[in-house]
Design a protein around this ligand. Structure first.
Ligand code: HEM
Length: 506
């Protein structure tokens, strides 16, 4: 009997079936015919290869340049394409054309990812998952670069690189996780507690990319046609239901199929089982923000749903796999600074740093003209930027300076009307925001949201990560968890008592 194969395993068979009647001959990358692909040009049977073998030179020199730098975070991922559809009217909040009328559809690309592992890392590790959406709108590209959790560990962008370092490899041993690095930073920065609880809960290992929610996480702003600004958060809730893996299941799968989530997404779409999510916003007026008991621009905190309910907006569906992974997923670049008229940043400190970092990394990872790659390209560009390595869209003879008298593109009146006037004043200062009540919301999550069995798995998961670190860091972490709930700290302590702990004075 033959073993049944999944759709992904049949990709090549499918290809050959579809192209059965085709006869293609081979060319070099510059399009010239190749007489024999399996033999280099040698002087006799044992003779050396001639430098004039341009077919070989083409092959080898391209091969040695096949890899580009992987993403510094979110390196391992999978992508798909589909559409976003408006189901509810929110034009009183935003003039963004993507939301302009019920029934309107906008093409999208989505990339799911893990945060800390490298390209090739197993999919089923305990980690946050990235959930980034690119909207190809008539007003240009809008990138909503979210995660599968509503909060993030740190809330000032200056702490992001250090936080990522502790999730990644130890610089000397090259091993990960390094439990000492991880718990040292987590316990020294108590604003990480809220997100750490989610990471160690069941949601820390989703069963698939299809079975998780997504969140814009950072706070953004909407501007409507009257120029009125409100703050907003984005939520996308899965229609497949939330499903997670236990730590044991996940470990087993990691040993058998490192690409478990990538395979699942590919097969579902290929088999016509298109995943979808409903899209919601939360809205907060500047007046409400001024009176909020928690900082609405602190991404380690949520906006309580009781105060700021989810407002339905639309849905999105993924119905197309990439034609080629490298071209359309490795080379896709999501940039938080890609905003469209009607959607603006907020003073969220993480968002502010992100506005710089993504474009910066694309210039390094993909080059200065990454926006001309088909997967990143907007429908229309009339800019004054020019040239640079690998320019494709040269914009012909259009004037390349502004102002000009020769029909070059002019300021967009609608975008002008939608640019908010922000009343800003203050004294420039470095103010650490890491100690703003880090426990009230974590407590609500622990005591009100998690069920007893979920709480006990959370405790097991935290304890199993705390076990390998030294007792000073364990004690410090437990102090923070006890501030969430006395019994949480106690139960973690009891779990740890059954292990022999490594102790070193720090
Ligand atoms: C990817 C920086 C916070 C979600 C990246 C990349 C960088 C970066 C440099 C690689 C981009 C690329 O090479 O294309 C930062 C900085 C942050 C931050 C500096 C904080 C100051 C966050 C937060 C979220 C997030 C809070 C979630 C809400 C993502 C996602 C990707 C990503 C989903 C992968 C995008 C893709 O699929 O290509 N981030 N990040 N990041 N980040 Fe962040």
């Amino acid at each position: 009997a033959t073993t049944p194969r999944d759709t992904a395993a049949n990709q090549l068979l499918e290809y050959s079936r579809k192209h059965e009647d085709e006869e293609k001959t081979m060319t070099t990358s510059f399009g010239t015919p190749i007489p024999d692909k399996n033999a280099s040009l040698t002087v006799g049977y044992h003779g050396p290869i001639l430098l004039q073998d341009w077919i070989l030179l083409d092959e080898l020199s391209h091969f040695s340049r096949e890899r580009i730098p992987e993403r510094v975070v979110h390196a391992k991922g999978a992508g798909a394409f589909g559409y976003f559809e408006v189901t509810h009217d929110i034009t009183h909040y935003t003039a963004a054309t993507v939301f302009s009328e019920i029934g309107k559809k906008t093409p999208i690309a989505v990339r799911f990812s893990q945060v800390a592992g490298e390209l090739g890392y197993p999919d089923t590790v305990r980690d946050l998952r990235g959930f980034a959406i690119k909207f190809y709108t008539e007003d240009g590209i809008w990138d909503l670069v979210g995660n599968n959790q509503p909060v993030f560990f740190v809330n000032d962008c200056i702490n992001f690189p250090s936080f990522i370092h502790v999730m990644k490899r130890n610089p000397k041993t090259h091993l990960r996780p390094d439990y000492d690095m991880f718990w040292d930073m987590i316990s020294l920065r108590p604003e990480t507690t809220h997100t750490a609880l989610i990471l160690f809960s069941d949601r820390g290992i989703p069963a698939s990319y299809r079975n998780m929610h997504g969140y814009g996480t950072n706070t953004f702003a909407f501007v409507n046609n009257h120029g009125k600004l409100v703050y907003c958060k984005f939520h996308y809730l899965t229609n497949q239901g939330i499903l997670n893996l236990s730590s044991e299941e996940a470990q087993k799968i990691a040993g058998v199929d490192t690409d478990y989530h990538t395979r699942d997404l590919y097969n579902a779409i290929e088999n016509g089982d298109y995943p979808s999510w409903n899209f919601y916003v939360q809205i907060m007026t500047p007046e409400q923000a001024a009176k909020s008991p928690y900082d609405p621009f602190d991404d380690s905190k949520v906006w309580l749903h009781a105060d700021y309910p989810l407002i339905p907006v639309g849905r999105f569906v993924l119905n197309k796999n990439p034609k080629n992974y490298f071209a359309e997923v490795e080379q896709i670049g999501f940039d938080v600074a890609h905003l469209i008229p009607g959607i603006e940043p907020s003073p969220d400190r993480m968002l502010q740093g992100r506005l710089f970092n993504y474009g910066d990394t694309h210039r390094y990872r993909l080059g200065v003209n990454s926006l001309q790659l088909p997967v990143n390209s907007p429908f229309k560009v009339h800019s004054y930027t020019r040239d640079g390595r690998s320019t494709i869209n040269s914009q012909g003879g259009t004037p390349n300076y502004h102002p000009n008298s020769f029909k070059g593109p002019e300021n967009d009146r609608r975008a002008q009307a939608l640019s908010p006037s922000l009343p800003l004043s203050g004294v420039a200062k470095r103010i650490d925001n890491g100690n703003d009540d880090n426990f009230t919301q974590a407590r609500l999550l622990y005591q009100r949201v998690l069920k007893p069995d979920e709480r006990s798995r959370l405790i097991q998961n935290i304890a199993s990560w705390l076990k390998p670190t030294n007792s000073v860091l364990q004690d410090r972490a437990i102090v923070n968890f006890s501030k969430v709930d006395e019994s949480l700290g106690q139960q973690i302590r009891e779990e740890l008592n059954s292990y022999v702990t490594h102790h070193v004075d720090l």
